[in-house]
Write a protein that binds this ligand. Structure first.
Ligand SMILES: *[C@@H]1O[C@H](CO)[C@@H](O)[C@H](O)[C@H]1NC(C)=O
Ligand SMILES: *[C@@H]1O[C@H](CO)[C@@H](O)[C@H](O)[C@H]1NC(C)=O
Ligand SMILES: *[C@@H]1O[C@H](CO)[C@@H](O)[C@H](O)[C@H]1NC(C)=O
Ligand SMILES: *[C@@H]1O[C@H](CO)[C@@H](O)[C@H](O)[C@H]1NC(C)=O
Ligand SMILES: *[C@@H]1O[C@H](CO)[C@@H](O)[C@H](O)[C@H]1NC(C)=O
Ligand SMILES: *[C@@H]1O[C@H](CO)[C@@H](O)[C@H](O)[C@H]1NC(C)=O
Ligand SMILES: *[C@@H]1O[C@H](CO)[C@@H](O)[C@H](O)[C@H]1NC(C)=O
Length: 453
C-alpha cells in the first residue's frame, strides 16, 4: 500500500498543479480512502455495546475526549465533499444526531463533567459544516444541521455564559463546578467567533455578525491576540485575565483565521481582509517547519497530549477553506498545503501494513506515535489538497437546504442537572486529570512556546 501512497504524493508534487490535477485525481482519492478507512478503525460506536458518536473515552475509559469525535465527523464530511465517497456518511449522520443531547444543543449529560464551550463548539462547527457542504439533511423528525449550529451559538450567546470579568468573553468550562471554569481562553471564544461568522454569512442575519465583531474586539482587547497576530492560550479570571499563558496552538490560529475569512467573504470590508492577511502571515510563519505543519508548543520534545495530536488536521482544513472564501490568499495557502501534505504522507510508513501514519511530519520518518488524531491529521491534509475541485461553502441563498431555528437551544436551562452527582472517586479523578493538564500547559508549554518566534 505504501508505494501507492508515495506514488500519489510524488505525482502530485512533481507535476505542475494543472498536470497534477488531471494525472492524479484517482490515486490521491485512493490515498484519502485508505486514510479514511484507517481512521474509522478507531471508532467502535456503531458496534454492539458501543455508544454512537464517540471515540473510546473519555479518559480514563479511553484516550479520547468527547470533542475529538465531533471534529472527526467534520473531517469525514470534508472527505466525502472532496472525494464523493459516501461510505461513511451513514455513521457520520448517526453520530452527529445521537450526540445532540436532550435539548438538541450538543450538551449531552454524559459529558458534563468535562464540558467546555470549546467541546460544544467543535460539534457546533461540524453541524455548521454539514449545512455549508450540503451534507445530506437528517430526516424531518430529527434536529437539522443549521438549527444545531444555531443552538450551540444561542447557548453560548446567552447572558448566563458571559460575565464582566476580563471585560467579557466566554469561560473555558460550562458547568460552574468544573475545573477550568475560572479560565477564559482563545479556543472557547474562537469557536464562538467562528460559528457566529459562519451563521452571519449563511443566514445573512446581522445579529451573528455583531457577535463575531464583538468577540474579535474582545480577544484583541484582553491581549490574547497581539498586534503581530500571535494568539495565546488564555488566562484566569482571578487576575482579570492578565496572567496570560503564552503557549500558542495551531487550532487557535486556524479557528480565528477561518472565522475572519468568513467575515471577509460576508462583509467585503477591507478591515477583515487585513485581518485575514495578518493572521495568515503569522500562521504560515509560526506553525510550519521546513514546509510541514508543526505543533510548536509540544512537538519538539513530544509532550503533546492526545488533544494536541489532532490540531494539525484542523489547521490544514481551515486553511484550505480560508483559501476558498478569501481568493486573494488561495495560492499562498495552497503552496504551503502542498509541501505540508507531501511531508505528512512521506512519514506514513509504520505498522504491519507499512502505511500507518505518525505525528512528526517534518522529521521525514515514521515516529511511532499513532492514534486517531495522527491519522485524522493526514486525512485532513490530503482532503485539503483536493479542495480546489470542491464547491465552496453554500449559504441559505446559494443552494443551502438546511432548515434553521432562531430559537434553537433556548430550552437549555431545562437541561437535566448540568452535571451528574459525582462520587468522591470521580471528583478526585477528574480533578487530578485537569490539574495535570493545566500544570503542563501553564508550565511546560508556556515556556516552550518561546522556542520559536
Ligand atoms: C460500522 O461502520 C463501519 C464503517 O462504515 C463499517 O465498516 C462496519 O461494518 C460497521 N459496523 C457495524 C457493526 O455495523
Ligand atoms: C451515555 O452513556 C450511557 C452509558 O454508557 C450510554 O448508554 C448512552 O448511550 C450515552 N449517551 C450518549 C448521548 O452518548
Ligand atoms: C479588566 O480587564 C479589562 C480588559 O480586558 C479592562 O477593561 C478592565 O478595566 C479590567 N478591570 C479591572 C477591574 O481591572
Ligand atoms: C504579509 O506578508 C507579506 C509578505 O510575505 C507582506 O507583504 C504583507 O505586508 C504582510 N501583511 C501583514 C498584514 O502582515
Ligand atoms: C467569497 O467566496 C466565494 C466562494 O469561493 C468566492 O467566489 C468569492 O469571490 C468570495 N468573495 C470575496 C469577496 O472574496
Ligand atoms: C432560506 O431560504 C428559504 C428559501 O430559499 C426561505 O424560505 C427562508 O426564509 C430562508 N431563511 C432565512 C433564514 O433567510
Ligand atoms: C436573527 O438572529 C437572532 C438571534 O438568533 C434572532 O433573535 C432574530 O430573530 C433573527 N432575525 C431574523 C430576521 O431572523
Amino acid at each position: 500500500m505504501t508505494p501507492l501512497i508515495r506514488t500519489a504524493a510524488g505525482l502530485l508534487l512533481a507535476s505542475t498543479a494543472v498536470q497534477a490535477q488531471a494525472a492524479t485525481v484517482f490515486s490521491i482519492d485512493s490515498t484519502a480512502s485508505m486514510l479514511a478507512h484507517d481512521l474509522v478503525l478507531y471508532y467502535n460506536g456503531n458496534e454492539t455495546g458501543g455508544t454512537p458518536g464517540i471515540l473510546p473515552g473519555p479518559p480514563p475509559a479511553g484516550p479520547y475526549y468527547w470533542w475529538e469525535a465531533g471534529a472527526m465527523w467534520g473531517t469525514l464530511m470534508e472527505y466525502w465533499h472532496t472525494t464523493g465517497d459516501d461510505t461513511y456518511n451513514q455513521i457520520v449522520s448517526e453520530a452527529m444526531i445521537f450526540q445532540t443531547g436532550p435539548n438538541e444543543d450538543y450538551m449531552p449529560p454524559n459529558v458534563t463533567a468535562s464540558l467546555g464551550n470549546d467541546d460544544q463548539g467543535f460539534w457546533g462547527m461540524s453541524a455548521m459544516l454539514a449545512a455549508e457542504l450540503k451534507f445530506p439533511d437528517p430526516p424531518a423528525d430529527k434536529p437539522q444541521w443549521l438549527a444545531l449550529a444555531q443552538a450551540v451559538f444561542n447557548t453560548q450567546a446567552d447572558p448566563g455564559r458571559h460575565d464582566t470579568t476580563c471585560n467579557g468573553g466566554l469561560r473555558w468550562q460550562i458547568p460552574v463546578v468544573n475545573n477550568g471554569y475560572n479560565y477564559k481562553n482563545s479556543i472557547a471564544n474562537g469557536c464562538f467567533f467562528n460559528i457566529g461568522a459562519r451563521l452571519a454569512r449563511y443566514t445573512n442575519n446581522a445579529t451573528y455578525a455583531e457577535w463575531a465583531e464583538r468577540t474579535w474586539d474582545w480577544i484583541v482587547g484582553v491581549g490574547y491576540m497581539d498586534a503581530d497576530y500571535n494568539i495565546y492560550d488564555g488566562a484566569h479570571v482571578e487576575s482579570n485575565c492578565t496572567d496570560i499563558n503564552k503557549a500558542q496552538f495551531s487550532y487557535n490560529s486556524g479557528v480565528w483565521l477561518l472565522g475572519a475569512a468568513f467575515m471577509w467573504n460576508h462583509t467585503e470590508d477591507v478591515k477583515w481582509q487585513e485581518r485575514v492577511t495578518g493572521l495568515l502571515n503569522r500562521t504560515l510563519e509560526f506553525f510550519f517547519e521546513d514546509g510541514a505543519a508543526y505543533e510548536v508548543a509540544c512537538e519538539s520534545v513530544m509532550t503533546c497530549t492526545t488533544d494536541m495530536l489532532s490540531f494539525k488536521g484542523y489547521l490544514h482544513r481551515w486553511l484550505a477553506t480560508t483559501g476558498q472564501l478569501a481568493p486573494f490568499a488561495h495560492e499562498k495557502i495552497m503552496a504551503v498545503l502542498r509541501t505540508s501534505t507531501q511531508a505528512a504522507i512521506n512519514q506514513c510508513t509504520g505498522g504491519d501494513d507499512g502505511r500507518t501514519c505518525g505525528f512528526q511530519w517534518s522529521s521525514g520518518v515514521f515516529d511511532g506515535s499513532t492514534g486517531a488524531g495522527q491519522t485524522m491529521n493526514v486525512l485532513a491534509a490530503v482532503s485539503s489538497l483536493l479542495i480546489g475541485s470542491a464547491a465552496p461553502p453554500v449559504t441559505n441563498s446559494s443552494g443551502g437546504t438546511s432548515i434553521g431555528d432562531n430559537n434553537a437551544g433556548s430550552n437549555s436551562e431545562d437541561d437535566p442537572t448540568p452535571f451528574k452527582p459525582l462520587t468522591t472517586g470521580d471528583r478526585v479523578g477528574a480533578g487530578i486529570l485537569t490539574a495535570i493538564m493545566l500544570a503542563s500547559i501553564t508550565g511546560l508549554f508556556g515556556m516552550m512556546s518561546f522556542e520559536k518566534s
